[in-house]
Design a protein around this ligand. Structure first.
Ligand code: PLP
Ligand code: ZN
Length: 555
């Protein structure tokens, strides 16, 4: 591993010392690591062979001389998971989730902490300071504990108490700052300066950007394995989009640099378009980019409950990230807290992936960009699920999320089974609304079933074809039918005609859910025959459910 530290302001090239953070020539703190990409080009991929799938398999491109294996907690190597239901709901089949929740401290900050702490340990550092909205401090605390480094963690008072306690549990000193995140950073910097301690400097920390690159390396490797059949024989290593929720933007800065390095080594042909998503109440980068500004105007009092993303003053981070976004034809976008909470529900209920609201911001951004046509149906998208450390807050569920079974008052003469059964009858009434799903695609039936069962209690019947559907409907007389149009043998139009011709089934409400672009003639064939038309790939579960519950209430 040979590399130099290049100053982004004066171009000076200096050797690397983790604790010297200024350019020796011009004093700038904005510098980055450069490696000898041409000579690495021949060996980089070969040397990965047989290495464990963790962050350190890329050590040829990391600024740590001899990473101490005893510090490792198994960082990196998180799975890339295909999101099938989400893909169907959005009409974009190639959506992948980089599941950073599965890192040792449950957010992608553990990459940054692992590499930075390894470098600091190598440099003999024993005490350090970091300002954090929670996850950075948790990640540094864990690695500092292993490395015998004392961490002073400056957090704002809005950081959830559970996160603060976790930081303290690791043995770090929590300093609670009543003020904004930007103010906490200033106080931390003054403290570090007075005591002459090493200070984490966010996106200016060379090891942090270098650590985040490994996300790009992993995606390139994983996409080659996962997507090859879908794209013919040619390995596809670069997704069309990389989407991440951002605060200071360190993640996408690192990921873009990672893909650029792969490109410099002729391993990939291009860098994905970067979509950086901010919370609406604290979106200085989005505002600046949309207005074409060179510099972001700081947001002094952020209005978002998503504290993790509350960098009000991105400083130079904006200028650097903007360069990548413009170069890759990416976007900055913002979403409301409510949109993020909704995305949280969709991902948990449809994909089995629960995340903290900050991570859900990226998914809400995905929904918005797909709907706006910015992301095209055939494009490959990787969304970084950046973290999961926060327990689900009560307001995210509303009331009635639990049904209670109380067995303490069970009468003595009852057998245990009787008591249990009568208790269970309180949980589930005898008759739930009955819904028939008619679709030839098993995946589509499963998606619709999942949307229904995740949000309420229904008795669900399924049929894979028209003839089977008519028999089932005549037998069960459901309260609602969800009908596909394009089916082999007997299509949805014919099913509708038969249903309406028979007095027993003529009045059952029907929602047509179809992937078909309807012609004017087809539309008029449906008019008056159905209660709602939903385009598959164009509905998210809340709209669909609103339609379902209205029809069941009216029926
Ligand atoms: C830190 C963090 C972010 C924002 O990361 P940046 O790339 O530094 O802007 C997003 N989500 C979670 C869960 C985080 O911990
Ligand atoms: Zn310089």
């Amino acid at each position: 591993m040979s590399f130099i530290i290049k100053c982004l302001d004066c171009g000076d090239a200096a050797p690397y010392f983790p604790t010297s953070v200024n350019c020796p020539r011009c004093n700038s703190q904005w510098r980055e690591a450069r490696y000898d990409y041409e000579s690495l080009a021949d060996t980089f991929l070969l040397r990965l062979d047989g290495q464990p799938f963790d962050l350190w398999r890329y050590r040829d491109l990391l600024p740590v001389q001899n990473p101490d294996p005893t510090l490792s907690l198994g960082e990196g190597g998180t799975p890339l998971i295909r999101a099938n239901k989400l893909g169907m709901m959005l009409g974009c089949p190639n959506i992948f989730i980089k599941d950073e929740r599965q890192g040792p401290t449950n957010s992608f900050k553990d990459r940054q902490a692992a590499v930075t702490v390894a470098a600091l340990k190598e440099a003999g550092v024993t005490e350090m300071v970091a300002a954090s909205t929670g996850n950075v401090a948790i990640a540094y605390s864990a690695y500092a504990a292993r490395a015998g480094i004392k961490l002073w963690a400056f957090v704002t008072s809005l950081v959830p108490a559970v996160k603060m306690r976790e930081i303290a549990l690791y043995g770090s000193q929590v300093v609670k700052v009543t003020g904004s995140y930007d103010q906490a950073k200033q106080i931390a910097a003054e403290f570090a300066h007075q005591r002459n301690l090493y200070l984490d400097m966010g996106a200016r920390t060379i090891t942090s950007i270098e650590a985040m690159k490994t996300i790009a390396f992993e995606i390139a490797e994983q996409l080659t394995l996962l997507s090859a059949p879908a794209f013919g024989s040619a390995p596809r290593r670069t997704p069309d989009w990389y989407i991440q929720s951002i605060s200071g933007g360190m993640g996408p800065l690192g990921v873009a640099k990672g893909f650029a390095e792969l490109q410099a080594m002729h391993i990939v042909e291009r860098i994905p378009a970067i979509a950086a998503i901010q919370a609406e109440g604290c979106a200085p980068m989005v505002t600046a980019w949309k207005e074409g500004l060179e510099k972001a105007i700081p947001v002094t009092s952020p209005h978002t409950y998503i504290e993790t993303l509350a960098t009000g003053d991105p400083g130079r981070g904006y200028t650097l990230l903007r360069k990548w976004i413009d170069k890759t034809k990416g976007v900055f976008e913002s979403v409301s807290d409510e949109e993020a909470y909704r995305a949280m529900h969709v991902l948990a209920k449809m994909e089995g992936i629960s995340m903290e609201p900050a991570a859900a911001v990226a998914f809400a951004g995905l929904f918005k960009l797909v709907r706006a046509g910015v992301i095209k149906p055939d494009e490959t998208v990787v969304v970084n699920c950046t973290g999961h450390t926060m327990p689900t807050e009560p307001f995210l569920l509303g009331d009635q999320w639990t049904r209670n079974v109380d067995l303490t008052e069970r009468r003595a003469e009852e057998t245990p089974q009787e008591g249990l059964l009568s208790a269970l009858s309180h949980i589930a009434p005898d008759r739930f609304p009955r819904v028939a799903i008619v679709d030839d695609s098993p995946e589509a039936r499963q998606l619709i079933r999942r949307i229904l069962q995740a949000q309420g209690n229904y008795t669900i019947y399924e049929a894979a074809g028209g003839k089977e559907a008519l028999q089932m409907i005549a037998r069960e007389i459901p309260d609602l039918i969800i009908l596909d149009l394009m089916m082999p043998e007997m299509d949805g139009f014919s099913v509708l005609d038969s249903l309406r011709a028979s007095p027993a089934t003529a009045a059952i409400p029907v929602i047509v859910a179809t992937a078909k672009e309807l012609t004017a003639a087809e539309k008029s064939r449906l008019t008056g025959q159905i209660q709602a038309l939903m385009q598959k790939g164009d509905f998210l579960n809340d709209e669909f459910l609103a339609e379902v519950s209205t029809l069941l209430r009216e029926g």
